[in-house]
Design a binder for this molecule. Structure first.
Ligand SMILES: [Zn+2]
Length: 65
């Protein structure tokens, strides 16, 4: 039995996953985005307007349960 030493180095480089001050696309307010994909401030996210615009709604008829 030959066990190889765990020398697995994750080659994941943080590209744009850094917190940065961006401008919200909704209210155009500057906020600290957690990652690059963060374009909406948390305030707008929690808002009903943001939830309404989300295509991923709940209650999609067709599911078994
Ligand atoms: Zn906003």
């Amino acid at each position: 039995m030959s066990t190889t030493p765990a020398t697995e180095v994750p080659t994941e480089e943080p590209r744009a996953d850094v917190p940065k001050v961006r401008q919200c696309l909704r209210c155009e307010a500057t906020f600290h985005s957690q990652w690059a994909g963060e374009r909406i401030c948390s305030r707008c996210k929690s808002s009903n307007t943001w939830r309404n615009g989300s295509p991923l709604g709940s209650g999609a008829s067709g599911n078994g349960r």
